[in-house]
Every structure is written in C-alpha cells, then in structure tokens.
Design a binder for this molecule. Structure first.
Ligand SMILES: NS(=O)(=O)c1cc(-c2ccccc2)cc(-c2ccccc2)c1
Ligand SMILES: [Zn+2]
Length: 263
C-alpha cells in the first residue's frame, strides 16, 4: 500500500490523502481529559484467557518498519467483552533516546514514556483479523502505558532479541512466555471508548481499553527499545532510526470516555 511515516512529507498530517479514514471520525489516540470522563459502574474487570503461553510455543518477533511487533496465537482471548476477542499481535509506540515520552494516549496532556497495544479481533463474528480489521465491531485493543522505573523481567523475554530485527522486515522466532506478565496488576481500572487504528488505514474499528495504571521498564530497557531499531532496510545505505512512532491526539468530538474507576 501507500507509504506513510510519523514525520516529513508522508507524516500524519498527510495520511488522509492516501488513507481517507485517517481524516474521518472516531480517530485514535485521544487525550483523556477529566471533563470527557464518565464513571460507568457496569464496566467489569478485564479478563483474559490463555495468556500464560508455554515456552514450547514460538512467537514471531518482527520489525515492520513502524514498530516492533510480536505475533500472538488466537487461542489467547479477552473473555469479559460482549463477544470473544482473540489475540493477533502486540506492538509498541515510543519516543526517542532524548525524548522519553512516546505514548499515544495521554491523560490531561501527560504523555507517558511509551505505550503497548495488544490487538485482538472479534472471533465470534469474523474468521480472521483481515475480515475484522475494517468492521465497526471488529477489533479490541488493550493499551498499556509504559513508564521508566523498575526493571521488568517480562519485557526482557523478547527485548533481548531485538538485535536480530534491527532492520525493516526482519523477523525471528522467540520462545513464548506469560503475556499476562506484560499487563498491569490491576485490570479493573481502565479508560474505554470507541476509536480507530492509530496508524493508516485508521479504520474506526477499535474498541479501546487503556489501563489506568502504567507498567514500568528500566531506563536501560527503554533505551534499548528506543535506539535498537531502524525503519530502513538492511540494504539501504542511509539508516533511518525507528523512534517517535506515535500519532498525536485526535479530536474527541462529542465522544464520551467511560472509566471503570471513581476517583
Ligand atoms: N496502533 S494500533 O493498535 O491501532 C495498530 C493496529 C494494527 C493492526 C494489526 C493487525 C490487525 C489489525 C490492526 C497495526 C498497527 C500497525 C503499527 C505499526 C505499523 C503498521 C501497523 C497498529
Ligand atoms: Zn498501536
């Protein structure tokens, strides 16, 4: 498809010329401003099944030129939503080595160091993710804010392999591990709203769940994420660092953001 980037002539202000939905409604990410929030006591804690993968399984870790992504088996799923949403992949958005703020969603303008997205598709209604990706009830993405702090052993289960995918379209197999360990302890506190893919083609097909509590990784782990990868191919003479891969907040219009917490 058409190429896009996070800055320069193919940057987000021009996405809509090749990807019309990017200029449409229900776009993500957004800023979770206090006045947009509405407490909903009926929002249940998020429940996931089969996230504790066995180390016998292997996952594909890849550099798609815009992010680092980990493939996930579809027997992992979210069980607390109206339909079963089966896992497809997880990936990250981050800033750069000197701009330690690269989350997509923000809270009253506060941007976190990074953000992880675990992408799921409605497997009750659609046979695979390609059929689900552009449907209004097709996708559910779990968003996790990342802060710099304590070392996080769970992230190192695949961070340590990133030197094998430095260049665009490189991929390697890594041993599976407990994906639940990447999520915050409390999954009962989260923001919930209807939005879109935050990258082209920006389909308004995502039920967003962004956890209130961030997870932490160490400064060293964050720098590994922010400096290890290139957006360019290995054969290209000019390397292009892969960083700052976050879309700026979009207009909420008259969308309400539901929250599962009171204070
Ligand atoms: N940020 S996101 O969660 O909205 C997102 C979802 C999906 C996605 C993936 C599979 C099926 C359906 C949607 C892909 C990307 C993506 C990120 C970097 C480069 C290219 C694509 C990003
Ligand atoms: Zn994402």
């Amino acid at each position: 498809g058409a190429k896009w980037a996070y800055d320069g002539p193919d940057g987000e202000h021009n996405w809509s010329s090749s990807f019309p939905f990017c200029g449409g409604a229900f776009q993500s990410p957004i800023d979770f401003q206090t006045q947009l929030l509405r407490y909903d006591p009926n929002l249940p804690p998020i429940q996931v099944q089969n996230y504790n993968l066995s180390t016998n399984e292997q996952l594909t870790l890849s550099n798609n030129g815009h992010s680092v992504q980990l493939s996930l088996p579809s027997h992992m799923y979210i069980s607390s939503l109206p339909h079963r949403y089966s896992a497809a992949q997880l990936h990250f958005h981050w800033g750069s080595s000197n701009l330690l703020t690269g989350s997509e969603h923000t809270v009253n303008g506060k941007r976190f160091a990074g953000e992880m997205h675990i992408v799921h598709f409605n497997s009750d209604k659609y046979p695979n993710i390609s059929m689900a990706v552009d449907k209004y009830d097709g996708l559910a993405v779990l968003g996790v804010f990342i802060e710099i702090g304590e070392f996080n052993p769970a992230f190192d289960k695949f961070f340590k392999f990133m030197n094998g995918i430095k260049y665009r379209d490189q991929k390697i197999q890594v041993p599976a591990f407990n994906i639940r360990a990447l999520l915050p302890a409390r999954m009962d506190e989260y923001y919930r709203y209807d939005g879109s893919l935050t990258t082209p083609p920006c389909y308004p097909s995502v039920l967003w769940t962004v956890f209130r509590r961030p997870v932490t990784i160490s400064q060293k782990q964050f720098l590994a994420l922010a400096t290890a990868l290139y957006a360019s191919y290995i054969q290209e003479s000019a390397t292009v660092p892969l960083h700052g891969n976050y879309r700026k907040p979009q207009l909420a219009d008259n969308r309400v953001v539901l929250v599962s917490f009171k204070d």
